[in-house]
Design a protein around this ligand. Structure first.
Ligand SMILES: Nc1ncnc2c1ncn2[C@@H]1O[C@H](COP(=O)(O)OP(=O)(O)OP(=O)(O)O)[C@@H](O)[C@H]1O
Ligand SMILES: [Mg+2]
Length: 297
């Protein structure tokens, strides 16, 4: 068994003449949670996409569990892997994106069982039993037969997590999984991720959720302009950053968070005032209406 589950050595990626990653070195141990922070355009998504082979690197090496990603090394020379081999490698990695990319015409349960049946050749019965367990672990046992459009953003994102877990990955990549959510829905997704971390899943999480990073990450990595600027224990990087670029970024994230909180409070106040002016009974759910559905917009 390799020492590190993920090992990136001098990874570079260029789109045309634009060098987006300029030599990333990063290792992630088994069971470790690494939070990746950095300003927009610094290359965080690109790095995750390279690990998951949605892009091909320009230089350097990425190994997952000791195996070179995308290439095979034979007598010191690199050969591109065959498609089937790449599919096998990708199946070991789960990815959750910023935008919930569920199949809209499939229910939560159907979304979760799809890959285990088609890729892993599981029986429908076994895949369904596993999917029900996974939906339960993300708190959605009662939403198995709902379609994505009938679920809130937070619920959809938890289905996306269950769907990734159904492939029994050894590594989970999260790309800002809560940044497209309304503030009140962020917590439930972070809770599902926290549980996953507590069960020993190896995770690389791109996030601006500082509280989550402080509480759950074993290591925080700050990237800017295609390089790792600073990495270390969460409290070291988040509370005592050594680099000016890290300090500037953290200041900005905190300001943004404060502004968001203020906006949310203002909205709450407005809603309270609105409730008062509504005719009696107008603000409650209609008879027979599922109150959860009212959160969808
Ligand atoms: N397919 C592509 N073709 C050309 N340029 C790309 C492509 N994908 C990403 N880039 C460029 O690479 C740079 C890094 O993008 P990336 O999406 O990795 O940043 P990021 O750190 O994830 O940013 P954000 O926080 O906004 O998500 C950007 O300048 C982007 O325009
Ligand atoms: Mg990104």
């Amino acid at each position: 068994m390799a020492d590190h589950l993920v090992e990136a050595v001098n990874v570079t990626k260029a789109f045309g003449h634009h060098e987006v990653l300029k030599g990333i070195d990063l290792t992630v141990d088994r069971g470790e949670v690494v939070c990746l922070l950095g300003p927009s355009g610094s290359g965080k998504t690109t790095f995750l996409r390279l690990i998951n082979q949605m892009e091909t690197l320009t230089g350097g090496r990425i190994r997952v569990d000791g195996e070179l990603i995308g290439f095979k090394e034979v007598k010191g020379r690199l050969h591109v892997r065959r498609d089937a081999d790449i599919a096998r490698q990708r199946a070991r990695i789960g990815m959750v994106f910023q935008r919930f990319n569920l199949f809209p015409h499939k229910t939560a349960l159907q979304n979760v069982i799809e890959a285990p049946i088609t890729v892993r050749r599981k029986s429908r019965a076994a895949a369904t039993a596993q999917a029900r367990t996974l939906l339960e672990t993300v708190g959605l046992a009662d939403r198995a037969d709902y379609y994505p459009a009938q679920l809130s953003g937070g619920q959809q994102q938890r289905v996306a997590i269950a769907r990734a877990l159904a492939m029994e990955p050894e590594l989970m990549l999260f790309d800002e999984p809560t940044s497209a959510l309304d503030p009140e829905l962020v917590g439930e997704v972070l809770t599902a991720m926290r549980d996953l971390a507590a069960h020993g899943m190896t995770m690389i999480v791109v996030t601006h959720e500082m509280t989550f990073a402080r509480e759950v990450a074993d290591r925080v990595v700050f990237m800017d302009d295609g390089v790792v600027v600073e990495a270390g224990a969460p409290d070291e990087v988040l509370l005592h950053p050594q680099e000016e670029r890290t300090r500037t970024f953290l200041r900005r994230v905190r300001q943004d968070a404060e502004q968001e909180l203020e906006a949310a409070r203002a909205l709450e106040t407005l809603e309270e005032l609105g409730e008062l002016s509504d005719p009696p009974g107008a603000s409650g759910p209609e008879p027979g209406e599922d109150p959860e559905r009212r959160r969808v917009h």
